[in-house]
Design a protein around this ligand. Structure first.
Ligand SMILES: Cc1cc2nc3c(=O)[nH]c(=O)nc-3n(C[C@H](O)[C@H](O)[C@H](O)COP(=O)(O)OP(=O)(O)OC[C@H]3O[C@@H](n4cnc5c(N)ncnc54)[C@H](O)[C@@H]3O)c2cc1C
Length: 452
């Protein structure tokens, strides 16, 4: 039987936060929509699962101030938030040594620290100069777009300052500095309010978590959309003619007047758009590969690090794990740590047996937090590189040579096809908030066309 026997107004590819937000906005105005999702679940890069006694996030998990789209959506859907635990000292592991610190900057030699402060201030200043709707307009855009973040880090004199900026870059992008255009780096910082905001807990992007897990946002939007959401439907091609679009899906053709493609550029590259794909769009899709992350969760009988005056937050420059945070329940039901394996390390460990990966991650947690960390009640990890419909994570990361010239192709419609997804946002690019605002923007574009 055909998936849909009627022609609909808008077919939306992808039931992540972006596609579902687009569908929600359109359905609210009476537009006939269908969301087509390749996986057997909604939520995309959010994935919440019961681990021990609590629901934990194996994908995205935090929200922070100025992320008004996601905060509003959570409120509308009755999904609750609570503060990320951030009391006590943080840890840094560098050169095999573990040191604790308070405040934003870890203990590194005083001159290294001074240079790190200056460089962060410089990056915040440069990022503020980038226009989000036209990053190529800056007079140095072409120069910065030829550089990578590694080139910038290489210009830093003190090793401690270089290490801190490298760790911060890896944490924020889940990619290596040499993979990221320096212009894209500044653009991304600008879209989220700066480097400090992107890396911090209090007042930053890691300030709050969801009690019900981040996937609850998508699950509840899908519940409200009911029969309009179709799982296990992969889109392979979108054809266009004068009256509409035909989506070639794994369950037969779907006919609609318009389509919204709400998936990252690296994945839309695999969808045949025929002549509608412009050269600029093809460049963006080719040169914006996904980052690399394995997210690891370990639950414990009690939060022993808190007893030692530690917040659970750690960064490392030489471990398998790049960063950790306290991931305990909002009501004290369960103690947990979350650890991130990122970039080259994620690519290396993605190919290793799960047991070896677990041993390597726990060994780092023991180095940081002591022997108790080696004996979790539960341990799970999520390798986002192994997910064909994510192709890595957290986000698409632009290589040099694309943004200065082709930024508009991130969201410029291709005939009857409009683009959403967090990579196409102009605020909080890469985050839940950007995914939602991009979905709403694509919905508004189509409403104008449908009504106009
Ligand atoms: C480990 C991790 C940590 C993160 N941490 C945070 C965080 O703390 N805070 C934050 O704000 N963000 C975080 N993020 C990023 C955040 O999860 C994403 O920005 C957001 O979920 C993206 O939503 P989206 O709808 O744009 O894309 P997606 O969630 O990727 O949705 C796209 C959907 O399209 C589907 N799809 C793909 N190809 C096809 C096809 N051909 N046919 C049909 N369907 C298809 C996919 O299965 C998917 O469901 C994190 C991500 C990860 C993985």
């Amino acid at each position: 039987m055909a998936l849909l026997s009627r022609e609909i107004d808008v077919a939306i590819v992808g039931a992540g936060l972006s596609g579902l937000s687009a569908a929600r906005a359109l359905a609210a105005t009476g537009v006939d929509v269908a969301v087509l999702e390749a996986r057997d679940r909604v939520g995309g890069r959010t994935l919440s699962r019961k681990v021990g006694r609590d629901v934990l996030d194996l994908g995205g998990q935090w929200i922070g101030p100025t992320q008004d789209h996601v905060a509003r959506l959570a409120e509308e859907l009755g999904v609750h938030t609570f503060p990320q635990y951030a009391h006590g000292r943080r840890l840094i592991m560098r050169g095999g040594e573990v040191a604790s610190y308070r405040g934003f900057l870890p203990k590194v030699p005083v001159l290294d620290r001074a240079e790190a402060v200056l460089r962060i201030a410089q990056l915040e200043r440069l990022a503020r100069q980038i226009a989000l709707d036209a990053p190529g307009r800056h007079r140095k855009a072409t120069i910065w777009d030829r550089m990578t973040v590694a080139d910038y880090v290489g210009s830093i004199r003190r090793a401690g300052a270089r290490d801190l900026l490298t760790i911060a870059t890896e944490m924020v992008f889940a990619a290596e500095p040499h993979e990221i255009s320096f212009l894209y780096f500044l653009y991304y910082l600008r879209a989220g309010g700066g480097l400090i905001k992107l890396t911090e807990v209090r007042g930053g992007a890691q300030e709050r978590r969801f009690v019900e897990g981040a996937q609850a946002l998508s699950i509840r939007m899908a519940r409200d959309l009911g029969a309009a959401v179709h799982l296990d439907v992969a889109i392979g091609a979108i054809e266009q003619d004068g009256r509409g679009v035909t989506l070639r899906t794994s369950r037969g053709p779907v006919r609609a007047r318009y389509a919204i493609v709400a998936i990252p550029p690296a994945l839309s590259a695999r969808v045949d758009l025929g002549a509608a794909r412009t050269a600029a769009r093809a460049r963006v899709e080719r040169d914006m590969p996904m980052g690399s992350v394995i997210k690891c969760l370990a639950t414990y009988p009690r939060p022993f690090w808190r007893d030692a005056g530690l917040s659970g937050e750690a960064i490392t420059s030489d471990g398998v794990v790049r960063a950790t945070f306290d991931d305990s329940s909002h009501d004290g039901r369960q103690a947990a740590l979350v650890a991130f394996v990122i970039g080259d390390a994620a690519r290396r460990w993605s190919r290793q047996p799960a047991e070896a990966r677990r041993a390597a991650v726990l060994a780092d947690l023991v180095r940081l937090f002591g022997p108790a960390a080696g004996h979790p009640d539960q341990y799970v990890d999520q390798d986002w590189l192994a997910e064909p419909y994510s192709g890595g994570c957290y986000v698409g990361v632009m290589a040099p040579g694309v943004l200065a010239e082709h930024a508009a192709a991130l969201r410029e419609p291709a005939g009857r096809i409009h683009f959403a997804g967090t990579e196409s946002a102009t605020a909080w690019v890469g985050y839940f908030d950007g995914a939602i605002s991009a979905g709403q923007r694509a919905a508004a574009e189509l409403l104008e066309r449908i009504r106009g």
